[in-house]
Design a protein around this ligand. Sequence first.
Ligand code: SAH
Length: 218
Amino acid sequence: MSKEAQENLAERKMRFLFALRSKGVTDARTLNAMEAIDRGRFVRGLFSERAYEDMPLPIACGQTISQPSVVGLMTQALKVGSRDTVLEIGTGSGYQAAVLSQLARRVYTVDRHRRLARDSEALFAALSIPNIVTIAGDGSRGLPDQAPFDRILVTAAAEDPPGPLLAQLKIGGIMVLPVGQSDTVQSLIRVQRLESGFDYEELRPVRFVPLVEGMASD
Ligand code: SAH
């Protein structure tokens, strides 16, 4: 890369972090994690030019990599501790899992598209990220063998919080997820498991692809 191209990239990355702050991503650990993980590695082909802009972009299998400010707001809402085990449903490009990997002890990430799980796993290896376990599976059932989790993040929208995911949250644990019908406005909510029952908090309107039950064919 030429010196000019390098400077240009550095400037775009600086603007990327500035845009995150201006949209309310203020948590220092989250910003550090997002500075450490290069979104450009998770976007391929034509769209890689736009990796540092605050917009969702298309990825393989008709899915999308979320808008960076939404990744930041969801990550900070999850309040991940350095000893936490996190479950992410909806690996997609792998970007959100990579950001979480900087904050947690271990991240399990599940996608119903084998191809997305496989490509993300290869990318985590190429980036020498050791603490992500990538699984091709139906995340609406959670991951009973590894449960319970300190934190759960769902990056596809269900009509209601899936029962198996609520059941796989530790007491005191937090889950952040979009809920609502697809193609209409969904709400990002935060659920905390209490000694008995759950506490629900509505955070902001969002728009995600739907959580679909069962495995995809690719
Ligand atoms: N977190 C991703 C973006 C996710 S897009 C990123 O950082 O790029 C939503 C993803 O959820 C898609 O990849 C889709 O295949 C996946 N998905 C939808 N329903 C699912 C289910 N039941 N189990 C696992 N993954 C699911």
